[in-house]
Write a protein that binds this ligand. Structure first.
Ligand SMILES: [Zn+2]
Length: 1033
C-alpha cells in the first residue's frame, strides 16, 4: 500500500499529502492510535450506533414475523413473506412478485410421446439461434434465411446458417470415444443414461397438461397478461429432455439424431475468453455511473474512482428500469451481491481510513447516509444536498471547505469520502455497544473428544496443528502480536473448560456436567494471550489426546457447546469466534439433542423441504443469541454417517461462520485438506459484531437479503462476524419512479469491530444508471450476478416450497426475461429464432446448472447432509465462487505448456470435449478431479505420477507426488493457482477413465444430461426456446 498518502484522482499517479490524513491513517487496518477515540459524542444513537432512531427510513416497512430463519430478509410492505409464495389460486389477483408466481402445474409434462418428439424435431428444424451484441438486430436479418449476424461465440467461425439444418445429422461418437464399456452408441447427449441403473423417472410426479384456460401469468398486469399469460397455460407439448426431465426421455427415437450442434449454441468458455481478451490485464476505473465491470473470471486491475470496486459489489444489472411496471415486464431481478470484506490484490489500493476524531463521520441528518461522492455541495460549500434523500444539510464547521469554479470542494481529491467509492471511518463511541470501546475478539477452540475422534487420531491432529497455527493469529498491520485471546474447551456429553493462565505450571481442567444450564466455571485464565500462555497451552495440547485416550464415550452434545462458548465471550465482554470440531449426531440428553430423521422417502414429495429445515428450534434461538453477542461459530464436521447438517449448520450459517465438512474422514487421505481449511480460516480477514445497512436513493429500496446474516428488523443486517469470503445478496424493489438523470445510488455501510478491537465503519458506494428503455436494462446485465441471486433466492425457498415448484419458477422466469427482450428489444425476425441478449448469452446454460444442482434436484448418490451442506455454502457465496461452483473449470492438462505460467484455456464441461488421449483437471471450488484418459501419453503419466503406465497409477492419493520435472511442477502450480483465491480447500480425486469413480466426476460435466435427471444444455435451451415462443405467440 501507499505510504505516501492518499493518492488523488485524477491523476492517480500523483500523490498528495492528505489534509487531515497523516500517513499512519492509511490502509486497511490503520493506526492503533485510533483505538481510543476521544469520548466526545455528537448525539446519542441506538445500541449499535448505526441503528439510528426512527426517521432514518421514513417509509420503512413493517417488521417481519418472529420466525426469522429462512426468511430473514426484509420484505416490502404488502408483499408475501416468502420469495416463493405457495402456488396461488389460479387466476388470483396479481401479486407484486410477478417473477415468482408459480404455476400450479408443470409446464413440462412428460414423458415424451412420439408426437412430441416429432414436434421437437420440427421445431429444431425451424429454430435459428442468433444474438446481437448490443441488443440490436443487424439490418437485413430476414427469416428464415441464414442469419448474417455474428453467431453466439462472436469469434470468426465458418458460415453456419442455422443451428439445425434439415437433414443434418450428428453422428454417434466413434466407438473408441469415451463411452466406456457397455455404453451405447447413441448421440453424445443421450448415450450415457443407457445401461446405467437409474431410479424411476423423476417425472412420474408431474401432472398432465393443465386445463385449457388456466394461466400462469398471475403476476402480470392485465396488459402483460394479454400478451403473455394465456400462452403460458399451454404446456401442451411434451418436451423431450425438457427440464426437469427424467433420464429416459431423450433415449431411443432415432429421429433425434438430428440434434443441435453444441458448437453453435452459446459457449460459457467463449464468453469468458472474449471478456478476457477485451478487458483482461487492463485497468478498470470505476469513474462512471452504471458501467458494467469485467467478468469475475477476468483478471484486471481495479482503480476506485468514485464507485466501489466490483470486488466489493456486483449487480445483476447496472441500469435499473425507471418504473416498477417496467421491472415487472422484464422480470430481471434487481440485486447487488455485496462482499464488504473482499480481499484486494496487492497491486490495488487498500481502503483508506478516515478519522474525524470526536466529530465522527459526517452524515445526512435525515437519512443518515455517510458522506460520499454522491453528496452535492452548494452555497459556497456551507451546505450539501444528500444524494440519497435530497435533504439539504449544513456542513459541520470542522468540515467546511470552499468550492472551486465547478462547484467541487477544493479538497475533493484529498478526502477519500469525497472521491472514492470505498473507504473506512474510525467510529466514535456512539457506534460502540454501551458507548464503550470494544474489547479485542477471542477465539475459542472446542474439540469433540468422543471415542471415535480419539481413536482415529483426529484429536491428536487438531492439537498438534493448533500449536503452529496459533502463531498465525490475525493481527493489525502495525502490531507485533495479535490482540486476539484464545481459550480451549473439550467435550463429549459433558464440557471441559481449561485454565491456561500463564503463571500456571500445568493447565487445569474444570468439568461442567450440567449441560442443560451451561455456565462458565472460570473467567480468569480461560481466555488468554497466546504468546503469554504459550507453554501452558502447548502443555495442554500435548495432554488432551492422552487425557481422553481411555474414554469410551460415544455420545455428544452440541447446542450446549455453542452455548458455553457464547457465555464465555459474554462473560469476557468481547466478540469472537468458536472453532468447533465435531463428528456425530448429538444424541446425548441435552438441549439441541437430535435424532436421525433422514428419510429418503421424502425426496420428490412436497415434504422434501423438511430435510432442509432444522429439526428443533433450539438452534434458531441459539443463533439469535450468538448474533446478539457477536459470537461467530465455525464448524468443522467429520461425519461418518448422517449428522443432520440442516440442524447443526444453522448456527454457523446465521452467525457468519463457515461450515466445513469432511465425509468419512481418513487421516492419510483428508488431513491436508482439513489443515489447509483450518489455517486459512484462522488467518483470514474478518470483522466482528457487524451490522450492515443498505441505503438507496429515492424510488427504490432493499427488500430482501440473503447470506450468513440475521435480521431483527427489516433494515439492519446483523452479522456476528463477516469475513473476506462472505457475500450478502440484496434485492431491490421500486417504491416510486426512478429518474434517468439522477440514477440509482446505493450505499452499503458496515459497522464492525476489527481484529484489534477498533470500531470501524466500512462504506461502499455504487451508482447505477436508470432508463425507461428496456434495451438499456438488458445491455447492462451481468449473468454471473443473476445466477448468484437466483441460486440464493431458490435455496432460501427450498425451506418452504416444493422443489418442483421452485424449478418451474426458475425456468419460467428465464423464459420471461428472454421473451421480454425478444419482444421489445430485438428487431423483428422469424418467431422460430432464439434471440438472446448479449449480456445473457450464457444465462440458459448457467440456469440449467443451477436447476441440476443436488439441492434443487435430488440424486440417489447424494446424501441429505450433502445437500443441506451445499445449500448453506451457496447462501454466502460471492459471484466468483458461485460462477465456479455452478459451472466448473475444466482444463486440458495434456496441452500444458511447461514453459508458460498461464493456465491453459478451459474447455466446456461436456464429455464430448474430453478425449481418451487427454488428461483433464476439473475444479468447482469444493472438489478437484484429475481425469485420466485410458490412452494418456505415457510421458505425462511418468511426469506427473512417476510411474511407468496408466495401470500403475494409484488413485488413492489426494495430493500429487512431487516429481522433479516440468510437467509435475507446472501442473501442481496450476492447481495451487486455482486453489489460491478460493475459500475452501479442494480435495483432489484421481479419476481413471472407465473406472467406477468416473461416475462422480461425470456429474460435474454440467452441459451433459445428468445420470439421474437434469437436462443437457442443448435440451434445456430447446425447452427455454419453446417456452419463449409460447410467451410470444
Ligand atoms: Zn439523506
Amino acid at each position: 500500500m501507499s505510504q505516501q498518502g492518499y493518492v488523488a484522482t485524477p491523476p492517480y499517479s500523483q500523490s498528495q499529502p492528505g489534509i487531515g490524513l497523516s500517513p499512519p491513517h492509511y490502509g486497511h487496518y490503520g493506526d492503533p492510535s485510533h483505538a481510543g477515540s476521544p469520548p466526545g459524542m455528537m448525539k446519542p444513537a441506538g445500541p449499535l450506533g448505526a441503528a439510528a432512531p426512527g426517521g432514518m427510513l421514513p417509509q420503512g416497512p413493517s417488521p417481519p414475523g418472529p420466525h426469522q430463519f429462512g426468511q430473514n430478509g426484509a420484505h416490502a410492505q404488502g408483499h408475501p413473506p416468502q420469495r416463493f409464495p405457495g402456488p396461488p389460486p389460479v387466476n388470483s389477483a396479481a401479486p407484486s412478485y410477478a417473477p415468482y408466481s408459480p404455476s400450479t402445474q408443470s409446464s413440462y409434462p412428460s414423458p415424451a410421446s412420439t408426437a412430441s418428439v416429432t414436434q421437437l424435431a420440427s421445431q429444431l428444424n425451424a429454430m435459428h439461434i442468433n444474438s446481437y451484441g448490443t441488443g440490436m438486430a443487424p439490418p437485413g436479418q430476414g427469416p428464415p434465411g441464414p442469419p448474417s449476424a455474428p453467431l453466439f461465440q462472436g469469434l470468426p467461425r465458418p458460415p453456419q446458417p442455422s443451428i439445425m439444418q434439415p437433414g443434418s445429422q450428428v453422428l454417434p461418437p466413434p466407438p473408441t470415444a469415451l463411452n466406456g464399456p457397455g455404453a451405447s452408441p447413441l448421440p453424445p447427449s443421450t448415450h450415457r443414461q443407457d445401461g446405467l441403473p437409474g431410479p424411476a423417472p423423476l417425472n412420474a410426479q408431474y401432472q398432465p397438461p393443465p386445463l385449457p384456460g388456466q394461466t400462469l401469468g398471475t403476476g402480470y398486469s392485465p396488459q402483460q397478461a394479454a400478451s403473455y399469460g394465456p400462452q403460458m397455460a399451454g404446456g401442451q407439448l411434451s418436451y423431450p429432455g425438457g427440464f426437469p426431465g427424467g433420464p429416459a426421455q431423450m433415449a431411443g427415437p432415432p429421429q433425434l439424431q438430428k440434434k443441435l450442434d453444441p458448437d453453435s449454441i452459446p459457449s460459457p468458455i467463449q464468453v469468458i475468453e472474449n471478456d478476457r481478451a477485451t478487458r483482461g490485464g487492463q485497468v478498470y476505473a470505476t469513474n462512471s455511473r452504471g458501467q458494467v465491470p469485467p467478468l469475475v473470471t477476468t483478471d484486471c486491475v481495479i482503480q476506485d474512482q468514485g464507485n466501489a470496486s466490483p470486488r466489493y459489489i456486483r449487480c445483476t444489472t447496472y441500469c435499473f428500469p425507471c418504473t416498477s411496471d417496467m421491472a415487472k415486464q422484464a422480470q430481471i431481478p434487481l440485486a447487488a451481491v455485496i462482499k464488504p470484506f473482499a480481499t484486494i490484490p496487492s497491486n490495488e489500493t487498500p481502503l483508506y481510513l478516515v478519522n474525524h476524531g470526536e466529530n465522527g463521520p459526517v452524515r445526512c441528518n435525515r437519512c443518515k447516509a455517510y458522506m460520499c461522492p454522491f453528496m452535492q455541495f452548494i452555497e459556497g460549500g456551507r451546505r450539501y444536498q444528500c444524494g440519497f434523500c435530497n435533504c439539504v444539510n449544513d456542513v459541520p464547521p470542522f468540515y467546511f471547505q470552499h468550492l472551486d469554479h465547478i462547484g467541487r470542494r477544493l479538497d475533493h481529491y484529498e478526502k477519500p469520502e469525497l472521491s472514492l467509492g470505498s473507504y473506512e471511518y474510525v467510529a466514535t463511541l456512539d457506534y460502540c455497544r454501551k458507548n464503550k470501546p470494544p474489547n479485542p475478539p477471542a477465539f475459542i477452540f472446542m474439540i469433540d473428544v468422543s471415542y471415535s475422534n480419539i481413536k482415529n487420531g483426529l484429536v491428536k491432529l487438531i492439537c498438534e496443528e493448533l500449536k503452529t497455527v496459533l502463531e498465525k493469529l490475525p493481527k493489525e498491520e502495525q502490531e507485533e502480536t495479535s490482540a486476539i485471546r484464545v481459550g480451549f474447551i473439550t467435550y463429549n456429553k459433558v464440557l471441559h473448560f481449561f485454565n491456561v493462565k500463564s503463571n500456571l505450571a500445568q493447565p487445569q481442567m474444570m468439568v461442567v456436567t450440567d449441560v442443560g444450564e451451561v455456565f462458565v466455571p472460570l473467567l480468569d485464565g480461560f481466555l488468554v494471550n497466546y504468546q503469554e500462555s504459550q507453554s501452558v497451552i502447548h502443555n495442554l495440547l500435548d495432554q488432551i489426546p492422552e487425557m481422553f485416550a481411555d474414554s469410551n464415550e460415544n455420545e455428544t452434545v452440541f447446542a450446549p457447546v455453542i452455548q458455553a462458548g457464547m457465555e464465555a465471550l459474554k462473560a469476557a465482554d468481547c466478540p469472537g469466534k468458536l472453532f468447533i470440531f465435531h463428528s456425530s449426531l448429538p444424541t446425548a440428553e441435552a438441549p439441541g439433542k437430535l435424532k436421525n430423521r433422514d428419510d429418503k422417502k421424502l425426496i420428490n414429495t412436497d415434504k422434501e423441504k423438511i430435510l432442509f429445515q432444522p429439526q428443533t428450534n433450539v438452534y434458531d434461538a441459539l443463533a439469535k443469541d450468538c448474533v446478539a453477542h457477536g459470537c461467530c461459530v465455525t464448524l468443522f464436521l467429520f461425519p461418518s454417517q448422517y449428522v443432520d447438517v440442516a440442524s447443526l449448520g444453522l448456527v454457523p450459517q446465521l452467525t457468519g461462520g463457515t461450515l466445513y465438512k469432511y465425509n468419512n474422514f481418513q487421516m492419510h487421505m483428508d488431513s491436508q485438506q482439513f489443515l489447509n481449511d483450518l489455517r486459512n480460516d484462522i488467518e483470514k480477514k474478518i470483522g466482528f459484531d457487524a451490522i450492515m445497512r443498505i441505503r438507496t436513493s429515492t424510488g427504490f429500496r432493499a427488500t430482501d437479503f440473503f447470506g450468513g446474516i440475521f435480521m431483527n428488523n427489516t433494515t439492519d443486517v446483523e452479522m456476528a462476524a463477516i469475513d473476506c469470503d462472505k457475500a450478502v445478496t440484496v434485492e431491490f424493489k421500486h417504491d416510486d419512479k426512478l429518474a434517468e438523470d439522477s440514477g440509482a445510488l446505493i450505499q452499503c455501510a458496515v459497522l464492525y469491530t476489527t481484529i484489534g478491537g477498533q470500531r470501524r465503519l466500512r462504506i461502499h458506494n455504487l451508482s447505477l444508471n436508470c432508463s425507461s428503455q428496456l434495451a438499456d436494462l438488458y445491455k447492462s446485465c451481468e449473468t454471473d450476478a443473476l445466477i448468484n441471486f437466483f441460486a440464493k433466492s431458490a435455496f432460501k425457498a427450498v425451506l418452504h416450497q416444493p422443489l418442483k415448484v421452485i424449478r418451474e419458477i426458475l425456468v419460467n422466469q428465464t423464459a420471461h426475461m428472454l421473451a421480454c427482450y425478444r419482444k421489445n428489444c430485438a428487431s423483428p425476425s422469424a418467431a422460430s429464432q432464439l434471440i438472446l441478449p448479449d449480456s445473457m448469452k450464457v444465462l440458459p446454460v448457467y440456469m440449467n446448472c443451477l436447476l441440476k444442482n443436488c439441492v434443487l434436484l435430488s440424486r440417489p448418490e447424494i446424501s441429505t447432509d450433502e445437500r443441506a451442506y451445499q445449500r448453506q455454502l451457496v447462501m454466502t457465496m460471492g459471484v466468483a465462487d458461485s460462477q465456479l461452483f455452478f459451472y466448473p473449470q475444466l482444463l486440458p492438462i495434456h496441452t500444458l505448456d511447461v514453459k508458460s505460467t498461464a493456465l491453459p484455456t478451459a474447455i466446456r464441461c461436456s464429455e464430448s470435449r474430453l478425449s481418451e488421449e487427454g488428461i483433464f483437471l476439473l475444479a468447482n471450488g469444493l472438489n478437484m478431479f484429475l481425469w485420466l484418459g485410458v490412452s494418456s501419453p505415457p510421458e505425462l503419466i511418468q511426469g506427473i505420477f512417476n510411474v511407468p503406465s496408466f495401470a500403475h497409477i494409484n488413485t488413492d492419493m489426494t495430493t500429487l507426488p512431487e516429481v522433479g520435472n516440468p510437467y509435475s511442477q507446472t501442473l501442481r502450480m496450476i492447481m495451487s493457482i486455482i486453489q489460491q483465491k478460493r475459500p475452501y480447500s479442494m480435495k483432489l480425486t484421481i479419476v481413471k477413465q472407465r473406472e467406477q469413480p468416473e461416475m462422480v466426476f461425470r456429474q460435474f460435466l454440467v452441459e451433459d444430461k445428468g445420470l439421474y435427471g437434469g437436462s443437457s444444455y442443448v435440451d434445456f435451451l430447446c425447452c427455454v426456446h419453446k417456452e419463449i415462443c409460447q410467451l410470444l405467440n
